[in-house]
Design a protein around this ligand. Structure first.
Ligand code: CTP
Ligand code: MG
Length: 227
């Protein structure tokens, strides 16, 4: 059984408001993306497809070569939207049974989370990493009045990796691109919309944050001090 990780690093990081793209900002002296690749290099995945911007291929090659990451088999160009980057990655994967799709901007993913994803994708076909929400969640109407309050035990905050049997996710993405409607915000939604397959939620970690805004860098530095 072959397991491939697709690591996404083709975004512009606009919410970070930094002059360098957020995935290349240093945390504890290494680019955020380095930490992410390192986690997968030291995990049970067999290979890694890295998706990046067309101007950053060389930079990614340098990061990979400098640290002798052996599992990165391909570095490919992404698209303007995350779903395009994922699709480009999926099209470059060869002979794989399971794919883990992961945000390059989530550097604190652990070996345990990766292993849980592989096991669940093998047994159930499709899974997402998630944590139960700590706050009460309200669903609002168009006037920002509370419409209803879902039972907190049923509400999850979803992270990546999101992991699938390759044919299932590739066929679902093919269908979405055929229809040309792209109203999805994660990979699981593509499976939810375009297949009948169930998506299982598996346990993530509250520290598996996506570095999105400048305050996340402070949180991230603190995590690394305590690692
Ligand atoms: N991503 C990607 N291709 C895109 C957009 C996003 O590969 N066209 C990647 C990002 O590099 C990131 C992950 O998907 O690792 C999650 O996206 P997000 O946190 O939204 O990153 P950005 O889109 O770069 O940031 P922003 O939305 O603030 O511009
Ligand atoms: Mg984005």
């Amino acid at each position: 059984m072959k397991v491939t990780a697709i690591i996404l690093a083709a975004g512009n990081g606009s919410r970070m408001k930094s002059n360098i793209k957020k995935q290349y900002i240093l945390l504890a002296g290494k680019p955020i993306l380095w930490h992410t690749i390192n986690a997968f290099e030291n995990s049970a995945v067999d290979d890694i497809v890295l998706v990046t911007g067309k101007d950053d291929i060389e930079l990614c090659e340098e990061i990979v070569q400098a640290s002798h990451f052996k599992k990165v088999s391909k570095i490919v160009t992404g698209g303007d939207e995350r779903y395009e980057s994922v699709y480009n990655g999926l099209k470059c994967v060869i002979d794989t049974d399971i794919v883990l799709i992961h945000d390059g901007a989530r550097p604190f993913v652990t070996e345990e989370i990766i292993s849980r994803n592989i096991i669940a994708a093998q047994s159930d076909g499709a899974c997402v990493t998630g944590v139960s929400v700590k706050d009460t969640i309200k669903i609002a109407d168009e006037d920002n009045n509370v419409h209803h309050t879902p039972d907190r035990n049923t509400v999850w905050s979803v992270q990546t990796p999101q992991s699938f049997v390759y044919d299932l996710i590739k066929n679902a993405y093919d269908k979405m691109f055929d229809t040309g409607v792209f109203d999805v915000t994660d990979d699981a939604m593509v499976v939810e919309k375009y297949t009948d397959h169930k998506v299982r939620i598996i346990q993530g970690d509250y520290s598996n944050i996506k570095i999105t805004t400048p305050d996340d860098l402070i949180v991230g530095e603190n995590f690394l001090k305590n690692f």
